[in-house]
Design a protein around this ligand. Structure first.
Ligand code: CTP
Ligand code: ZN
Length: 157
């Protein structure tokens, strides 16, 4: 890639979430609980041309690795994403996100009466369906296209 094509700088240490479904970068940040207030250095590329997938989003977070819960929820909105762990400017690990059976935490159940929304909430758990997810406690379904609207604003995993 030439300097003219490079849109987002390389990072020293952290995580590059690459090949994110175009248009989903802000939802990726929501899953990671990043709203700028935490002080992390974050770079985002949106609708960047990609050899492999036409157009993609890219999210680069300095000094941060992802939890399994975060990766599981990520798989719902960016099934083609690649997670690159960067150490001292080198790609130390590269993993594709994998589809999982269940996602725990991060998503919020839309049912206000669900036990996961009680005063002393239990951690959310959703079973992954072909076209959405189903709450393990109250069976409420979140359709695939609505998943992003039910990400915990605090991003707690
Ligand atoms: N990257 C980065 N900072 C680094 C190293 C890599 O931001 N210090 C980014 C690259 O810009 C790229 C991603 O991490 O978006 C993966 O890097 P690399 O494996 O070198 O690129 P590709 O070979 O194109 O990856 P893939 O085969 O997964 O498409
Ligand atoms: Zn529920």
């Amino acid at each position: 890639m030439t300097d003219k094509e490079l849109r987002v700088s390389k990072i020293r240490d952290g995580t590059v979430i690459d090949h994110v479904t175009a248009g989903q970068a802000l939802n990726v940040l929501a899953i990671l609980g990043i709203d700028g207030s935490g002080g992390e250095s974050v770079s985002i590329g949106m609708n960047v041309p990609s050899d492999k997938v036409g157009y993609k989003d890219v999210v680069k977070v300095e000094g941060r690795e992802l939890s399994q819960s975060e990766v599981d929820v990520l798989s719902l909105i960016a099934p083609e994403a690649t997670i690159n762990i960067i150490r001292d400017f080198e790609v130390a690990e590269k993993n594709r996100v994998e589809q999982t059976d269940t996602v725990r935490g991060i998503l919020v159940c839309p049912n206000h009466n669900c036990i996961t929304n009680a005063d002393e909430p239990v951690r959310t758990e959703f079973e992954v369906l072909g076209d959405g997810v189903r709450c393990a406690y109250c069976d409420t379904i979140i359709r695939e296209g609505d998943v992003a609207e039910h990400i915990d604003a605090r991003g707690s995993g």
